[in-house]
Ligand binder design. Sequence first.
Ligand SMILES: [Zn+2]
Length: 411
Amino acid sequence: MKELLKEQITQHIEELSKYTATLGNGTTRLSYSQEDLKARNYLKGQMEASGLTVREDGFGNIFGKLEGTIEGAPSVLLGSHFDSVPNGGDYDGPAGVVAALEVAHLFQKEGLKPKYPLEVVALVEEEGSRFGGGLMGSRGMTGLLSEEEFKGLQDKDGVSTVEAMKEIGLDPTLPKRREPGTIKSFLELHIEQGPILEEKNIPIGVVEAIVGLTQYQVTVTGQAGHAGTTPMDRRTDALLAASKIISRLPELATEEGNGTVLTVGRMNVYPNGANVIPDKVVFTVDIRSGKEEHVQNVIKNMERTLEEHNDNGIEIEAEQMLYIQPKALNQGIRSLLKEMSSELDTPYCSINSGAGHDAMVFSDVTDVGMLFIPSKAGLSHCPEEWSDARHIAQAVQIFYEAAKKLTEVQS
Ligand SMILES: [Zn+2]
């Protein structure tokens, strides 16, 4: 069964990878594009072939439902997103959708009759590559994105969400909001997008928490001057001060440990002339950790470091632009996934997710479980992104066993 499963997974991934606007240069599948439409039709066809009842909501999220025997019971949802970043890979998103499809396929093959419905979901616009913001499909269906906000979103060419949906024949007037009472739990498989599982040679990561993150914008102000005529001891060089600060920041995360990470990813220098001493530098600091106290500690230490450099005419201001609390995933489902892995003799380890996922959004309204599989060389969001279909198959088997428990399959 394993070989067959692996083959089917490979086929789905290969098929979906053809629906790209940049053939030969990675997957580019923006929401509500022609590529979206083709992938959508393929997924709907596969859902139907597995005996699921297919419908779409007013965002274009796709649902394939296997009814349960209890009338009106909430569904066990399984899935991920099927949009991509520009020139991304074939696995970020689709791996999770394909895994969900194959779980439903196994239910059909075994003729299982669950008490609670099993629902495969393929979500739109997780990456935010077309309309910005990200997680649009999951935020929308859980009510975190208002109708006004949704309608106000436009792509870079000024095309609105509603116009774009109509362009590929989707109906934005269909019901959007999914009442929390209609979802019993949500399971998502995703590629790790980092190097940990591959380095440890472990096929499955059971996600404990999705990291919290904060982003600061730090502005360092000095005094501009002529690069040739201002003596070295008379300078208030904003870039020099910023460099000193930035060189000290990474160790704050290292000292904190527990997988805490810190990144300075953007820096603007003013006036940005080769022969002018910089008078202003603006840079960002992104801090992430699975535990809120680690994020807080690094913030405190960063503020102290900034304070230490706030002298000799240099002024430093730090503004918090974003703060998201870490989300611990459901304890019961985490245990269930580990138990099923053990029963299947599949090695696993606990892991934190350093990236945001639809699962993070669902964790506010239902019990959520998430599995990671290794990413080759830790690469993601690029054409080289690759994961082993064998690992996806292992995740499918864990989810299949877990879904049987969660949907209370009658034996
Ligand atoms: Zn993703």
